[in-house]
Design a protein around this ligand. Structure first.
Ligand code: AMP
Length: 279
């Protein structure tokens, strides 16, 4: 597996692969990889001849009060995991390689980014779209792989690709969980043992809501109230949001008629965790 740090090196690698008639898959990540990331990489390895994984803690998607500096980083561990998963290239640029100091052009997603996480993280999805758009232009992948764990991100990226005619197919991949149900996340590492236990209220409420929907409950308020009541039983948990939205438009829905996303962000202590399910 090659570790590349410059845009030029990646372009040359991809050009060479293309000359050999190979297809290219991209898995964008912020590193500190776990099996959730690994599942995306394995899917790309299955579906594409060459897999490029980017590891870049993107400063522009963090607000000043967020955890950019504290975000966990461990390249050695990541390289080991990616080698085992069969990735071909790690693209690990410095911020100065990705951003010109006088850059003035960004991608700003509109209405899809105003709800859910976008409400409490107003600059987040602009940063995500800009960096993912740049990665698409640098790597020119045939397919790019994103986790359903970040459901709003996946919806926004799909819309960006459609709206701006990026020539890439977006593949959504299921949420990978710990054995006890907690969705795997690089941020789980922030949790102390009590918080780790408390964090189970997210996946438990996902399970509860899913069961209610599968049993035929169509009124989303009934489902959300039950999910919220479950989370509120946990003293270490503080809800940012628990909402039901149309899975494509990210607009609130009160009745399950089409594909509906139930999504939540919950603080466990100082750590903000997310989880979701779609019915
Ligand atoms: P991140 O490094 O957190 O930016 O995540 C990189 C990619 O991995 C995103 O597409 C995430 O949705 C995906 N991902 C993160 N955690 C999981 C998980 N537990 N299951 C599936 N995909 C995940």
């Amino acid at each position: 597996m090659k570790i590349l740090t410059t845009v030029k090196e990646v372009r040359e690698y991809v050009k060479e692969a293309r000359m050999q008639g190979k297809t290219v898959g991209l898995v964008p990540t912020m590193g500190y990889l776990h099996e959730g990331h690994g599942s995306l990489v394995k899917k790309s390895v299955e579906e594409c001849d060459v897999t490029v994984v980017s590891i870049f803690v993107n400063p522009t998607q963090f607000a000043p009060n967020e955890d950019f500096d504290a975000y966990p980083r461990d390249l050695e561990h990541d390289v080991k995991l990616l080698t085992e998963c069969g990735a071909d290239v790690v693209f690990h640029p410095e911020a100065s390689e990705m951003y010109f100091p006088d850059a003035t052009t960004t991608i700003v997603p509109d209405v899809l980014s105003k709800n859910l996480c976008g409400k409490s993280r107003p600059i987040h999805f602009g940063g995500v779209c800009t960096v993912v758009g740049k990665l698409f232009n640098i790597v020119t992948p045939d397919k790019a792989f994103f986790g359903q764990k970040d459901a709003q991100q996946l919806a926004i990226i799909k819309r960006m690709v459609r709206d701006l005619n990026f020539g890439v197919e977006i593949v959504g991949c299921p949420i990978i969980r710990e054995e006890d149900g907690l969705a795997k996340s690089s941020r789980n590492t922030y949790l102390n043992p009590d918080e780790r236990q408390a964090a189970l209220c997210l996946s438990q409420s996902v399970k509860l809501g899913k069961e209610m929907a599968q049993a035929g409950e169509k009124n989303t308020k009934v489902i959300l109230d039950a999910m919220i009541a479950h989370i509120e039983k946990e003293p270490l948990a503080k809800i940012d949001y628990v909402q039901s939205v149309d899975a494509i438009t990210m607009q609130d829905v009160e009745e399950i008629t089409g594909e509906t996303l139930f999504a939540m962000a919950v603080y466990i202590g100082k750590t903000r965790l997310i989880d979701n399910f779609i019915v």
